[in-house]
Ligand binder design. Sequence first.
Ligand code: SF4
Ligand code: SF4
Length: 443
Amino acid sequence: MAEPPLQKSLLSGLISDDLLLQCMHCGMCLPTCPTYNVTKLESSSPRGRIRLIKSVSEGKLEINDTYLNEISFCLDCQACETACPAGVKYGAIVEAAREEVSRQNLEPLKVRTIRRFGLNFIVANQPILKIVARLIYIYQASGLQKFLHNIGMFKIMGGNLGAVDQMSPKFSKRFSSDMMSEIYTPAEPVRYRVLLPLGCLMDVAFADINSDTLDVLLQHGCEVIIPRNQGCCGSLHAHNGEQKKGKELALKTMELFKNFEYDFLISNSAGCGAYMKEYGHVFEDTESQSHEVTSDENFPVMFSSKVKDISEFLYETGFRAENYTYEGRITYHDACHLAHTQKITLAPREIIKSVGGVNYTELNEASWCCGSAGIYNVARYDDALNFLVRKMGNLKATGSEVVVMANPGCMGQIQHGTDKYDHKMEVLHLATFLNRAYKKKKN
Ligand code: SF4
Ligand code: SF4
């Protein structure tokens, strides 16, 4: 028997008839949409997708190839939300549509494998992720990866496998969770007590960024708590149509962190911070409230209210880096989940500019998606490359030696661009940039 069409309940309240009418007379989001910019087709625009999703949810349109393509072509960058005067929650709409596509097994096998095996089995289980990360580290560090590329093995295998392999981050020799203690105290009197999540991929592939984040927080007078046995916060799942798994991981995260007392929870990954800030909203339905941590309906809201991006926290608590030094021309790329979802654009720029010696140049189209977008650059490599080419052109025009950002996904994608196009530019996380500037001053 055929699956029922997209459940109306899934989208109830998100797309009303009035909203659709308003969209018809508006279209302000269209010029900001990267996919519409490529095709110039209404169906590749936020407004066009809203109409498609509504039609499917009401059973007026069968899910067809155009629909599936447009739902996966969307970057979920949420630039349209920033532009929308009516406050349309487009991200929630497209994520609900993706969940339904996933539920009905309608996506290509490659994407289904990434979701079910990559996200739900590996990324969602930190002990398994650590085993896989260790194997990838050996593959990368032993020279086997380089050897396979040199002999043209990936060309024989075909597709974009070689490019995707080169794009994957360099996995860490030592994982954050194996190196870091549970509590760190600053040299100066404690000003704030903060909790630092290590993340899933951040733990195993960006351990140096976690260390830099810890150092910067200590420099700012924070006592830093790093709970043991952390795992994924569910962000990658929720933003890629696996909301059930996302919620399950969010519950685990809250269950673990509720045992600690802290003023702020500091995120150094824009996607994770964005999702943890949404927990309060995600668990507002009555069904969720049967769980221990959500039976107090205020707990998820309170949890989310303490989540701060590192740049947001530093800026709001008066951190200025006048005593830090970094000589050079620097620019900044906005991660979509920081600029469009969390609306944080000023704080990182002001912090960078406050570092002594910095020659800051604003990046044209800084908040235009780089094509990373969660699993997008693996699932749709060619499209992601188009967006990356545009980003690399803008980066080159700044003449900067360093580009700073606050999201590991963007870092991997832009690093891939600098390698692929032999572009001499260093890609740094904000925490790494600040910690280097601090050390230069100290020396
Ligand atoms: S999320 Fe980004 S790609 Fe998708 S419709 Fe909105 S602006 Fe376009
Ligand atoms: S800006 Fe908002 S209201 Fe206008 S077309 Fe886009 S989604 Fe609709």
